[in-house]
Design a protein around this ligand. Structure first.
Ligand SMILES: [Zn+2]
Length: 442
């Protein structure tokens, strides 16, 4: 039988990692005689939900197994989660979902909504009852949502790969030993095939996480072959316990949903909206840059936060009248009920003319003039010429901004954000001649 095993929410800020449990299970299930029909799937879910564990990533293992072995497989999964899950963390609520046979459309739609929005537990439980073989939940059961979404996202559209290498027990929690020069070499040797290896602005590798989790490094790329080749090029100063290649929706923009208007922005939801810049961007304490965007339906603030580095310079160059497409996640409503979109991407679609009114130039000598007071005309600063009839002149300032797509530096990007180097390299954009759309595909 075809068996899908969804896992979610086994990690905590203090350690653990759902992908590591998946890596252990791959070996255990192979020993039991399971045949994998796909790479383990790493499905990143809506990064804006407030109760997420670190990366908000769920995992699905898809395999063929003799029905007689079903019980042994399920026991292995439950044992692994109970042994390695971070049960002591309040915010960790593991969930396991077992589904047999093809993935039905209602589960695919559910997965879409968990990746692009906020979905309640009740709905997950109902779908599990209607469609799935069995499920095991712990504590507040919230892990059901991600586990079911992982089962329901078979990554039929655009997808990428990540090779994750894990540390041995004794090294976890210590600084990671990875040769930075080998990351730069790998980045250059695999350009176009891998992505988000290195942050040029900060001069720092992005393949290593910083938390106490067991991941030593992760290499992301367009094919399993590429991430394998790239991973093997990295030189580490500590042993690798094991590694696994995941197929994933990372770097695909799967979370971004196009809204018809700014009034549709909802807290904790990712969104793509088009609007007109309504005021000059302002820098607030902390170095964050904010401007307001408007369309026929309403108004919302857009924010480029301090960690987005030089991306803020792009945002600061916007002026009222510019037309932009803004992508990002909505924060919680503030006290006045205002919605703020945390910018992940910005496409400048139209640049307004930067018209400024300046004092006239002196008709006698060409020098700069100053006002003598309201309605009293102008006086030349250089030759003293005065004229009451002169008026301000209209000057068009050059714009320090070009049309195009802008992203924060790689270090500030979400797992799901499609980086610039992946544009044009998407997979399965068309299925049977039609643009792939997970909402409408049967
Ligand atoms: Zn003059």
């Amino acid at each position: 039988m075809l068996l899908h095993i969804g896992l979610d929410d086994t990690d905590s800020p203090r350690g653990g990692c759902t992908t590591y449990i998946a890596a252990l299970l791959v070996e255990r299930l192979l020993e039991l005689g399971a045949r994998f029909v796909d790479y383990p799937n790493l499905v990143r879910l809506n990064p804006n939900v407030p109760w997420k564990t670190r990366g908000n990533g769920a995992v699905c293992l898809r395999l063929e197994v003799d029905e007689a072995l079903g019980g042994a497989v399920k026991k292995s999964v439950v044992d692994a989660v109970e042994l390695h899950g971070e049960f002591s963390c309040d915010n960790t609520n593991p969930g396991i979902v077992f589904h047999t046979g093809e993935v039905p459309q209602p589960l695919k739609r559910f997965a879409c909504r968990v990746i692009q929005g906020v979905v309640g537990l009740r709905e997950a439980e109902t779908l599990i009852e209607e469609h799935c073989a069995s499920a095991v939940g712990y504590k507040n059961m919230r892990g059901f949502i991600g586990a079911l979404a992982a089962v329901g996202e078979p990554l039929e559209g655009d997808h990428t790969y990540e090779l994750l290498a894990y540390r041995t027990q004794e090294n976890r929690g210590k600084p990671r030993r990875l040769d930075v020069a080998s990351v730069i070499e790998m980045d250059e040797a695999t350009r176009g095939e891998t992505f988000s290896n290195f942050d040029p602005e900060a001069g720092r590798p992005l393949v290593t996480p910083h938390g106490p989790d067991p991941v030593l490094f992760g290499v992301r790329g367009g094919s399993a072959e590429a991430v394998h080749r790239a991973g093997m090029m990295l030189k580490t100063g500590e042993p690798i316990e094991r590694w696994v290649i995941f197929r994933t929706n990372q770097g695909t923009d799967a979370h971004l949903r196009r809204l018809s208007g700014l009034s549709d922005l909802e807290p904790y939801n990712p969104a793509v909206v088009v609007g007109e810049v309504a005021d000059r961007p302002r820098t607030i304490p902390g170095g964050h840059v904010i401007f307001s965007l408007r369309d026929e339906t309403g108004k919302a603030d857009c924010a480029a936060y301090e960690p987005t580095g030089r991306f803020r310079d792009i945002v600061r160059n916007l002026i009222p009248g510019d037309r932009v497409e803004a992508c990002g996640g909505v924060r919680a409503l503030d006290r006045e009920g205002r919605r703020t979109l945390n910018l992940e991407k910005l496409e400048v679609l139209h640049l307004a003319q930067d018209i400024r009114l300046m004092n006239p130039l002196c008709p006698e000598c060409g020098g700069g003039m100053e006002s003598m007071g309201r309605g009293k005309g102008y006086r030349c600063r250089r030759c003293g010429f005065r004229d009451q009839g002169l008026t301000k002149r209209v000057v068009e300032e050059a714009r320090g901004l070009a049309l195009g797509l802008y992203l924060p530096p790689p270090r500030a990007q979400r797992h799901l954000t499609k980086p610039l180097e992946r544009y044009g390299r998407e997979k399965n954009r068309y299925v049977h001649g039609e643009l792939y759309d997970p909402w409408h595909w049967p």
